[in-house]
Write a protein that binds this ligand. Structure first.
Ligand SMILES: Cc1cc2nc3c(=O)[nH]c(=O)nc-3n(C[C@H](O)[C@H](O)[C@H](O)COP(=O)(O)OP(=O)(O)OC[C@H]3O[C@@H](n4cnc5c(N)ncnc54)[C@H](O)[C@@H]3O)c2cc1C
Length: 284
């Protein structure tokens, strides 16, 4: 199918983009790499009258470090992030993840902002960004607001972004302890992913998130409490805590993996990610 006719705008400044989004606030969509959007348009699943192409706004693509925080422009592509020296140095788990997403074509045009805003349930970066306690900055004519990555996606293909808001950047605080991301891929997409971010002393903070398992990423609070109480917690007790958390999720059951198999994969990747962040050997 071909997309329906639409108006296409390519602003050169952020102010211009915000003003256009405001004028058409009831029927407008930002356009970044187009890797999800083009397909959705062809399937008439994204039937907007107005598209605002953000690719000509250079500030939206910047990646920089500011003291103990890293800022990723929403238009940074997976490839930009994978090869960026600051990211490879400070957040190697994120660089490795972005280097492994999809294929070279998708990595070259697909952006981190498009990945978050599309909220495809099988996306990887939202899991790691939630565990990293990243903060998203959104802009509209009403001003700028900050939303935690862990709160941004509310369900499959659903976020709290208003139609006229542009995601500007993602700010990631640099954790002092272990960071890991583990996933299992089937075909082109992830069927279970897990991210762990520890403070230098894991008893003060341990964040464990899984995704690609339910409609949106979810934290594993029992596992977090176990690690915080005892970073040397025996494997079996840790697995029981993870399994209890996963048991609470409304797990996806589809042609890639049954719900039971996905639960098993989620347990496996979460356990591996925790072991990797704690610097332990995995016994599966
Ligand atoms: C074959 C294939 C394999 C893939 N494999 C993986 C994988 O293994 N792991 C994974 O995580 N992902 C995977 N993806 C998804 C890929 O990461 C996303 O397609 C890509 O990141 C989307 O970015 P984009 O710039 O192309 O977004 P677009 O398609 O341009 O936009 C997607 C959505 O986000 C909105 N949007 C985009 N930018 C902004 C912004 N700055 N502000 C507000 N809204 C915005 C758009 O309006 C649209 O609704 C795969 C995709 C394909 C096609």
């Amino acid at each position: 199918m071909l997309p329906r006719p639409f108006n296409y705008h390519r602003p050169r400044t952020l102010d211009e983009a915000v003003s256009f989004m405001t004028c058409h606030a009831d029927d407008v969509s930002p356009y970044a790499g187009g890797t999800e959007l083009l397909l959705a348009m062809k399937m008439h699943f994204a039937d907007y009258q107005n598209f605002v192409d953000l690719k000509r706004i250079p500030e939206l693509r910047a990646i920089a470090r500011h003291d103990d925080m890293v800022s990723l422009g929403a238009l940074a592509t997976h490839a930009d992030i994978a090869v960026n020296a600051v990211i490879r140095d400070t957040l190697p788990a994120l660089a490795r993840l972005c280097a492994s997403i999809a294929n070279v074509r998708v990595r070259a045009s697909g952006t981190i902002g498009g990945n978050l805003c599309f909220a495809e349930p099988r996306a990887d970066p939202p899991i790691l960004l939630a565990a990293l306690d990243a903060q998203l900055y959104l802009k509209s004519a009403r001003g700028e607001r900050r939303v935690a990555a862990s709160q941004f996606i509310t369900g499959a293909l659903e976020t709290i972004r208003a139609m006229d808001e542009i995601l500007l950047r993602i700010e990631i605080p640099l954790a002092a302890g272990g960071i890991s991301y583990e996933r299992v891929v089937h075909g082109h997409r992830t069927v279970a992913g897990a991210a762990v971010v520890l403070a230098n002393d894991p008893s003060t903070s341990a964040r464990v998130w899984v995704g690609c398992v339910a409609g949106c990423p979810a934290s594993l609070p029992s596992a977090e409490r176990y690690i915080a109480a005892n970073p040397d917690v025996p494997d079996n007790a840790l697995k029981q805590a993870i399994a209890a958390d996963i048991g609470e999720l409304d797990v996806i059951d589809d042609e890639d993996a049954s719900a039971d198999y996905r639960r098993h994969l989620a347990l496996t990747v979460a356990h591996r990610a925790i072991a990797a962040a704690l610097g332990r050997k995995v016994s599966v």
